[in-house]
Design a protein around this ligand. Structure first.
Ligand SMILES: Nc1ncnc2c1ncn2[C@@H]1O[C@H](COP(=O)(O)OP(=O)(O)OP(=O)(O)O)[C@@H](O)[C@H]1O
Length: 338
């Protein structure tokens, strides 16, 4: 489904706007990644302590607000979300059975798909008629269930592609190298820093196609950070990832919150949901049926009936770096055999 093509003209994000008037004093809406103060798990829980455990509950400092979002495919209402607020600076999980509408809702929020009705806002600003690429430039980026790294490009080239809005991409600026060479160097430096953080630096010149599934997920997450986002949306980050690499991915997601970013992720892996999320939203048949902290959600009979009955808990073991590396090699070998 094509994204909303009617991209608006201004490239300047207005992240200071607060139509809802509910951003707390000292809100991080205008801060860059390096200036933003991250939250610990305890601080994130405290920020949500007074939020009612009910679908559509208002949050003290929402970064995203969805209102009356409906997306139909023929006669099927894939998404029918009356109201949802995503709190800034915390990790929110979106769970629900297959076909609940989670990915479709992600697509609509990020502008990769268009709702039949309803609107959503980011930092108090409506995203109506704003294209997916512009949504990303505003600071709301996503990864995909099936990774979209480009196999025939190197790891570093994939990273550079994550930096949107570069001067060198503008047709008039292309020949004027002096205008964009500095920006290109800054992007390469940032790419290398991120690759180091995600332990992919040794692979910067390898083709992305040679990475294991788990490493591709890491690369996609690293690439999403090239735009210094405020909100990172991850669609099933654990799907198809070896248990050893899961540990590493979990650590990276937690560190996003500690670095001051907000995270919204779709996941079926209940260990991950319980371990890292501060708040859980449950969807079933297109609607939000429950919201709350992980422990209360996992004990909610409606959630157990709609979803959790089929999911069992398995502890993810702590693994050291060698075990993680060995698991990545095993994953690559298994993929080659398949
Ligand atoms: N492009 C499409 N055309 C027709 N139906 C679609 C399309 N995309 C999604 N659907 C349907 O909409 C419903 C919601 O799908 P969606 O992929 O959003 O669910 P989900 O909760 O993400 O599921 P999963 O956990 O399996 O990824 C499903 O019934 C699906 O078949």
């Amino acid at each position: 489904m094509p994204a909303d093509a009617s991209d608006d003209q201004s490239d300047k994000p207005d992240l200071t706007k607060d139509e809802g008037g509910r951003h707390a004093a000292g809100s991080t809406a205008t801060a860059t990644t390096s200036e933003r103060k991250g939250l610990t798990k305890a601080e994130a829980a405290a920020a949500l302590a007074d939020v009612p455990r009910e679908p559509g509950a208002p949050k003290p400092d929402p970064i995203v607000v969805a209102d009356g979002i409906v997306r139909q495919f023929g006669g099927l209402k894939a998404v029918d979300v009356a109201h949802l607020e995503v709190q800034r600076g915390v990790i929110t999980a979106l769970i629900g059975p297959n076909g609940a509408g989670k990915t479709t809702f992600f697509n609509v929020l990020t502008g990769f798909d268009r709702a039949d009705s309803g609107d959503r806002s980011f930092n108090g600003r409506s995203l109506k008629r704003i294209s997916a690429s512009r949504v990303a430039r505003l600071g709301m980026v996503r990864t995909f269930q099936l990774t979209k790294v480009l196999s025939k490009l190197t790891v570093l080239e994939n990273m550079r592609l994550g930096a949107t809005g570069q001067l060198g991409e503008k047709f008039w600026a292309g020949p004027l190298r002096f205008l964009w060479a500095g920006q290109e160097q800054a992007n390469t430096d940032r790419a290398r820093d991120l690759l180091q953080r995600f332990k992919l630096d040794a692979k910067e010149n390898d083709f992305a196609g040679s990475l294991s599934g788990g490493q591709r997920k890491l690369l996609e997450m690293a690439r999403a950070l090239m735009v210094e986002p405020e909100l990172v949306m991850l669609d099933e980050p654990m799907a198809g990832v070896n248990p050893a690499l899961k540990q590493s991915l979990l650590g990276h997601v937690k560190s996003l919150r500690e670095d001051g970013m907000s995270v919204l992720f779709v996941e079926h892996d209940m260990d991950m949901v319980r371990d890292i999320s501060d708040w859980v939203v449950v969807m079933a048949q297109g609607q939000v049926i429950a919201e709350g902290p992980p422990d209360s959600i996992m004990a909610d009979q409606r959630v157990i009936d709609a979803y959790l009955g089929a999911h069992h808990d398995v502890d993810i073991t702590e693994l050291d770096a060698d075990e993680v590396a060995a698991a990545a090699e095993a994953e690559i070998a298994a993929e080659k055999e398949a």
